[in-house]
Structures are given as structure tokens and as C-alpha cells.
Design a protein around this ligand. Sequence first.
Ligand code: HEC
Length: 432
Amino acid sequence: MSTHDETTVPTNGNENGDGELYGVLAEFDTPGELVEAARKVNDAGYTDFDCYSPFPVHGIDPAMGIKRTILPLLVFGGGFTGAIGGLALQWYCNAHAWTWNISGKPTWSIPANIPIAYECAILLSVFATFFGMWILNRLPQVWHPLFRQDKFARVTDDAFLLGIEARDRRFDAEKTRQLLLDAGAISIENVHFDPDPAKKAMPKWIVAFIVASTAFALIPFAIAAKARNSYSAEPHIHIFPDMDFQPKYKSDTAMDLFADGRANRGEIAGTVARGQLSADDVFYRGLEGGDGGEKWTTAFPKFYPDGREFAVNNELMQRGKNRYDIYCTPCHGYDGRGQGMVPERVKAGGGLWQARNLVEAPDKDGKGGVVVQMPNGQLFNTISNGYNTMMGYAAQIPHADRWAIVAYVRALERAQNASLDDVPADKRGSLR
Ligand code: HEC
């Protein structure tokens, strides 16, 4: 089949080809000949041509003079825009339009902004990849003049084809044909557009489908827009009920069964639930003195609820230090002077919020030193229920641990305000 007998080359292989000329389609015998032909066509200066083969042919890209795709640049552009846009969004929201002091943290901080900037970079680079690929390949293309050639159907099977388009500057009915023959084409066909002009454009039903699906996709936005601008007394439409509705009563809902109309039956008068007696006023509330004469205890509880004796010893101190370091140091600091990280950051941000100095001694008139002068029970109560802008820690710290913290705070106070009298007489000599 590789003989170039002029007579076997049809001058016009397409009998129906009465539309405008699209170009010529030449067949070659082997992939190697196709590559050679592509090189010749490229060398001759043609640009609007393409090769078609059943499988990827090595070396065809450079032979055709195909340049590296600019897609990576587009992707980089998308990613870069996304990252900058993500940062700008966060700057606008957090540092510009609605600054909000959260524990004194800076409103504009690169490390905190990285996750969102990163996500935006990924999002836009994926969009650039996806849509850039479609646009660069001029897709979607639902119809092509080459589809009219019977020969072209073989391109997924055993045909190695090279098509040159008539719109190429160098295209010339005779010379182009001769070039392909010289390059070793075993047949050459003219390819024409379909005479039906409608077939040049996208089929009507596809256009209709795109219009209809776009309109359909806009419906949710229309519904959302309407919902934002209107009121309805109807309940929400619940598409997936899952287990959202169950035959049960929640506390504080109405119920006809009982005379008071409430589903919540409350606690039964005169009863205490197991384990909730909390009768020991000192241990649970820091109070002593009983009915009427209650005041903050200055001592420690005598017993734990389980009957063990409460002892202020090294074990209690270690526990207190451990809990204090976890729960109190962020604000009151390791030394108790109220200079933990949180107030320090508030200060750095220009705020005024301050944690109390827990170890400050009162002056000689007894002024200041609030916490030092505070009875143990009140200190316990502050940990339990908080004070002004300090929240209570009852939910996090069990009662026994709160007492351990009280003991440790007392030790801190003592340590920070120590005098020579606190040093055992036989050790004073070693002080410098
Ligand atoms: C989130 C920060 C924060 C933490 C954590 C915190 N505090 Fe405070 N604390 C404060 C602030 C702020 C004040 C001062 C409140 C005021 O005067 O408005 C304060 C005040 C106090 C006072 C003085 C109350 C009074 O009546 O004047 C005591 C005692 C105290 N804290 C103990 C503790 C202990 C013990 C812990 C650990 C269990 C703790 N705090 C944890 C912020 C904190």
C-alpha cells in the first residue's frame, strides 16, 4: 500500500461534499510515516493541522511543533489569585470591617489565615485547571466536519491520519495536496463542511438543554432570595426527617396529661437524688456557721464526702499546683501576679482587661491584697462561681481539686511575701 500511484489517490473522496471546504485529510501507512509527514508539514510552515492516530505516537508533538501548554501558568494564576483573595477576605472581615478582640489575639495574623488562604488557592487552581482545559481545547465540541468522512471512523482502529485545514494561511488546493503526496500519503480526501448550516453550530437540542438546565439550576437561588425577603407562618419543609421528629417530650414543652400542663415534672418535693446531697457546707460551698449565721470559712474542710480525712499535705499541694498550672496560669500566671499569657496579649493589643494579682500583700493600712485577706471559703467560691469577668470553674474542676487549688494559692501567697521569720532559725545563716 505504500506505492504512491497517482491514480489511487482520489481527488475528492467525499461525494456529498458540497459545503464549504474544511480542508484535506491524508492517510499514512505507519505511525513512523505519520511523524515524518507531520514534520514536513510543520517545516513547510503550516499551523492549522492535526494528526489522528489510534494510540499516542512517540515524538509526534515535537514533529508537529506543538508548544508546551500554558495550562500550568493558568493554574498558577488561579492558585495565586485564590491565596491573595483568601487573605484579603480575612483581612477585610477580621481586621477591617468587624474587628473583634478574642482573648487579645491579633485580628490580623498570617498563621491563623493560612488554612482559608490555602483552601481558596486550591479551589481557584482547580477551577483554572478544569475550565482552562476545556477552553484551551475549545471544548465542548459536539460536531466536527471530519466526522463526515468514513475514513475518519477508522482512526480509533488502524488509520494514521493528518488533516490540514483550509483556513491555514499556506493552504493551497494543489500545493498542499502535493506536499502530502511527497510526504508519503497513501490517500488524500477533501473534507467539506456539511451543506446544512445548522450543522456548523451546536445542535439545537443541546443549546435548549443548556438553557433549560441553567434555568433549573437558578431555581434554588430564586427560592433563597424569596425566603430572605418574605415571611411565612408555615413550618419548614423537611425533606429528610431522619430522627428529627420523635414521639417524645422535651423538658419545658407543654403536655396535656398533667394538671399544670408541663412535660417536665421537676424534682419531687422533699427528696434528694442519690449522690446529690452535698450536705457538707464547708466542702461544697466554703461556708460555715450553719443556718442564718453563715460566713466564709477560714479553714479547710475536715472530711472528703467519702469519709476520708482532709489533710493539707504534700500530696494536696502537688495536686493543687498541677490543677492551678492547668486552669489558672493562663490568666493569673505561674507566680499568681496576674500576668498570664491571656492578659499579656490583651495588653499587647491595647486592651485594659486584667486578671487579679492573687499574691499582692495588703499595705500597712490593710488596703489592697484582696485575695491574701480573703477567707479560704471565698477563694473556693470564686473558683466555683467566678467573679465579675472571671468565669466559674465548677463545671471543669471537681470540689476536691478546688480545695487543692485554694491550698496552693495560699502557698503561693506565702512564698511571694515571705519574711526572714519564715526561714527556720538554723537555716538563716546560709541566706545571702
Ligand atoms: C480567663 C482568665 C482567668 C482564669 C483562667 C482564672 N481567672 Fe481568676 N480572675 C480573672 C480576672 C479577670 C479576675 C478579676 C475579675 C474582676 O475583678 O473583674 C480574676 C479574679 C480572681 C480572684 C479575685 C476575686 C475577687 O473577689 O476579687 C481570684 C481569687 C481568682 N481570680 C482566682 C482564680 C483561680 C484560683 C483560678 C484557677 C482556678 C482562676 N482565677 C482562673 C481571670 C481569670
